[in-house]
Design a protein around this ligand. Structure first.
Ligand code: FMN
Length: 187
């Protein structure tokens, strides 16, 4: 436990400034049940994974991300799908921390959501992410699943989530995640 509240680390699979997934993460930050707090990680400055770089020493942005994941009670990933799968920045971030001693996804509760301009809301990225995170022994919340399809119609020009149904889905996901963290917490 990170203290009296549950500390959640948000990781966004899109580096775009006006990313709908980042906007969804920010909405999740507002919709968190009492006692949960969200901090959003920055993965834009991670170099591309290269074993030679790792052999020369863990890059500072990678060490920072690992420490943030390790300190969090849970990780909330929001990502679009790129070509039906995981985005390069997100996969790169996961690959980096997976190669460190005490890789931080081990036994870490994780919840997923995805937003996309298409009708499926990035559903396919979630199944690929589950496969990857299970291999790292993360505890990925099975349900509820949140797919934000037609994302361009659900956020306003300032990136505020205006769609009430989606706000409710995210609220339900966070309540489920809070209970999942309690169920999976290592004593
Ligand atoms: C390289 C690339 C591949 C994409 N592939 C898909 C895809 O397979 N399925 C989909 O629904 N959207 C796809 N998109 C569109 C994204 O859903 C859209 O750009 C979305 O807004 C990205 O999320 P963001 O707003 O968080 O940046 C792709 C976009 C890019 C840049």
């Amino acid at each position: 436990m990170a203290g009296t509240h549950l500390q959640i680390l948000g990781i966004c699979g899109s580096l775009r400034r006006k990313s709908s997934n980042l906007a969804a993460l920010r909405a999740a930050g507002e919709l968190m049940p009492q006692g949960m707090k969200l901090e959003i990680a920055d993965i834009a400055d991670l170099p591309m994974f290269n074993q030679d770089v790792l052999d020369a020493g863990v890059p500072a942005p990678v060490a920072r991300l690992k420490a943030q994941i390790a300190a969090a009670d849970g990780v909330l990933v929001a990502s679009p799908e790129y070509n039906f799968s995981v985005t390069a920045p997100l996969k790169n971030a996961i690959d980096w921390v997976s190669r460190l001693p005490d890789q931080p996804f081990q036994h870490k509760p994780v919840a997923l959501l995805s937003a996309s301009i298409g009708p499926l809301g990035g559903a396919r990225v979630q199944y690929d992410l589950r496969k990857i995170l299970v291999q790292l022994w993360a505890y990925v919340l099975p349900r509820p699943e949140v797919f934000i399809g037609m994302a361009a119609t659900k956020f306003d020009a300032d990136g505020r989530l205006t769609d009430e149904t989606t706000r409710k889905f995210i609220g339900d996901l966070l309540t489920g995640f809070r209970d999942w963290i309690a169920r999976t917490a290592r004593k």
